[in-house]
Design a protein around this ligand. Structure first.
Ligand SMILES: NC(=O)c1ccc[n+]([C@@H]2O[C@H](COP(=O)([O-])OP(=O)(O)OC[C@H]3O[C@@H](n4cnc5c(N)ncnc54)[C@H](OP(=O)(O)O)[C@@H]3O)[C@@H](O)[C@H]2O)c1
Length: 272
């Protein structure tokens, strides 16, 4: 790839960002279409986000993904925002245009495309969502939009109360309370990032008819246990790819093939 005076700059803004896989597949997507563009990580502290936002605009950066902890602020600062981002309350994609900054949320659509592989029909399906952070909001929004009946558990109940009130789901005081009723379970908490994290509930209570998705990009202890019981499972890698593919489409109007970006990410993961 040749960088020159016409190279367009895209990136990822978060804190931290060094672990992110987004630069790997977004750069692969630009290469796939021979677009003279570069996607770089920008590590920005929470207190510096506003300055960074103005800086990106002033520097002529074309678009960025936004991740923790800036997603809410990104939505507030943008000139225009899509209705999904507004309903979810956060933006993970910004597009800098001559008319102003557009904010989008592609997490919900990434989740939906991924979960459809596990569960093609969501209407009337009872789902248990674990967690009430930013990703839980996108997940619940997507599920409710498809007519799924959503129960939600969170370690901090007050956050669950707020999310349920705003997005129309039912809070439960423990996952066990509804486990027998639900067909689909989605872990949106960051518990499981470390192998030694204590289980969120007694995983022995799962049975093979439960379909289990975890937003973490690899097989967590929850997924490993569910798989051992024969539950259909999915980790968060597909959601990551689909949300990134949607961001790429919003910036360029082009649909990068799933296999191209998946291969790039898997190759990268194997080499690290
Ligand atoms: N696959 C993808 O594309 C994708 C997209 C977005 C996020 N993610 C992943 O999803 C996870 C959550 O992201 P987020 O943006 O929602 O983060 P967030 O807004 O910080 O929310 C974190 C959630 O995890 C819960 N939590 C953290 N540690 C816990 C523990 N030890 N036990 C029980 N609950 C715990 C928190 O509960 P409290 O409210 O009680 O603190 C909260 O509900 C991360 O691992 C992230 O990498 C994946």
């Amino acid at each position: 790839m040749t960088l020159d005076g016409k190279t367009q700059v895209y990136g990822l803004v978060g804190y931290p960002v060094s672990h992110s896989l987004s630069p790997v597949f977004q750069n692969k997507a630009f290469q796939h279409f021979s677009i003279n563009a570069l996607y770089v990580p920008f590590e920005v502290k929470p207190e510096d986000f506003e300055k960074a936002f103005l800086g990106l605009k002033a520097l002529g950066v074309k678009g960025v993904n936004v991740t923790l902890p800036h997603k809410e602020r990104a939505l507030e600062l943008a000139d225009f925002s899509d209705p999904h981002a507004k309903a979810i309350g956060s933006a993970n994609t910004l597009s800098f245009t001559p008319e102003g900054v557009h904010a989008y949320n592609t997490d919900w659509i990434g989740f939906l495309r991924a979960v459809h592989k596990l569960m093609p029909e969501l209407k009337g399906v009872k789902t248990l969502v674990l967690g009430a952070g930013g990703s839980a909001r996108a997940v619940v929004y997507a599920l409710r939009g498809q007519g799924s009946e959503v129960y939600l558990w969170n370690r901090t109940p007050e956050k669950a109360d707020r999310l349920c009130k705003e997005l129309g789901c039912e809070k439960v005081s423990s996952p066990q309370e509804v486990l027998r009723e639900v067909e689909l379970m989605v872990n949106t908490t960051s518990s499981g990032l470390k192998e030694q994290d204590p289980p969120l509930f007694d995983y022995q209570l799962l049975s093979p008819q439960h379909k289990v998705m975890d937003l973490i990009y690899w097989d967590t202890p929850l997924l490993k246990f569910a798989k051992s019981l024969g539950c259909p499972c999915q980790n968060g890698l597909d959601m990551l790819l689909y949300q990134g593919m949607e961001s790429f489409r919003l910036w360029t109007g082009l649909e990068v093939p799933y296999e191209v970006v998946r291969e790039a990410v898997l190759e990268y993961l194997q080499s690290t």
